[in-house]
Ligand binder design. Structure first.
Ligand SMILES: NC(=O)c1ccc[n+]([C@@H]2O[C@H](COP(=O)([O-])OP(=O)(O)OC[C@H]3O[C@@H](n4cnc5c(N)ncnc54)[C@H](OP(=O)(O)O)[C@@H]3O)[C@@H](O)[C@H]2O)c1
Length: 284
């Protein structure tokens, strides 16, 4: 199997490359230089020229607040370029794994979202990722695709919430963190293993994949601080106290029913994932 991985300078793409290398899968990592997603035509030509058997499309415009001001660029990168990747995959008979997000849902209520629940993003980034999902479905009439929605991503290679919180906790006695947004953290090392399993299968479809268990951002911050052996107090606050340019969903609970039905293993509990992540960054 020959794999093409996009976004290898980011958190997930980096770990997908590691997971594939550990499985002795031939993997080509694409960066912005060879595959600029703001240029969908070049993107399509690049995928076609590599002729992979599977594409792990991890690259995306991920600056959620900036996207409110860069709507067009965000939609080109996450929507149009994803369509270009999907068209190339369909033409050469490659499988596609497209990474999507909990942000495709409105984020209201308290129940777990099923994969076929109605989508209604509450910000530009979410709308662009949904446009990417739609482009995949439209281009890949063969159905040889996986749409994998994840959330609250952290990995050793890149910026994320835990890293930011630990940086702040080094110098502060107290941090205020929102506790009215609830979801599941996802360690890219764990998600990458699942994606590699998917690529080796023909169980195409739409999946939700996060570490198990749910928490608030405040609980995640408190767990990371405690595990690091720091004493910084986390004071929970409501999101009204932290206005951001882009609206955030309050409910990011994602049901794993489709993973179970397909026989894929769920990811480990989020607290265990945080423990292993901290060990990984300490050993770097
Ligand atoms: N982070 C989260 O909390 C979260 C939550 C749900 C879903 N997701 C999805 O999960 C996937 C992986 O996220 P992540 O956290 O690993 O992302 P990340 O660390 O922000 O990395 C994004 C990657 O995309 C590349 N990229 C951005 N714009 C590009 C462009 N115009 N052309 C080519 N490459 C471009 C970046 O390259 P450069 O290094 O050159 O900028 C980087 O390699 C994404 O599809 C994201 O939408 C993320």
């Amino acid at each position: 199997m020959k794999a093409l991985v996009t976004g290898v300078t980011g958190q997930l793409g980096f770990d997908v490359m590691r997971a594939l290398s550990a499985r002795d899968v031939e993997a080509i990592g694409a960066t912005r230089k060879e595959m600029p997603l703001d240029d969908p035509a070049r993107t399509k030509a690049f995928v076609t020229s590599v002729k992979p058997d599977v594409v792990f499309h991890c690259a995306a415009y991920t600056a959620v607040d900036r996207a409110e001001d860069e709507r067009e660029l965000c939609h080109t990168v996450n929507g149009s370029a994803t369509g270009a990747v999907a068209e190339a995959c369909e033409a050469i008979g490659a499988k596609l794994i497209y990474i999507s997000t909990d942000y495709v849902f409105p984020g209201t209520g308290e129940r777990f979202y099923e994969t076929d629940d109605e989508t209604a993003p509450c910000n530009v980034y979410g709308a662009s990722k949904l446009a990417g999902e739609r482009a995949v479905r439209k281009a890949m009439t063969s159905g040889r695709f996986f749409i994998v929605r994840t959330s609250w991503v952290f990995g050793v290679h890149g910026k994320n919430f835990i890293r930011t919180i630990l940086g702040l906790a080094e110098t502060r006695d107290e941090l205020t963190v929102v506790d009215d947004q609830v979801g599941s953290p996802t360690y890219t090392a764990d998600l990458a293993e699942l994606l590699a399993d998917m690529a080796a299968s023909e169980k195409f479809g739409v999946y939700h994949a996060t570490n198990e268990g749910i928490c608030s951002w405040a609980a995640l911050a408190a767990e990371a601080i405690r595990r690091r052996g720091l004493r910084t107090k986390v004071t929970p606050v409501s999101s009204d106290m932290y206005p951001t340019k882009a609206t955030r969903p309050k409910n990011s609970r994602l049901s794993k029913a489709s993973l179970d039905a397909a026989g894929f293993r769920r990811l480990p509990d989020w607290k265990d994932a945080v423990r292993r992540y901290l060990m990984e960054i300490e050993n770097k």
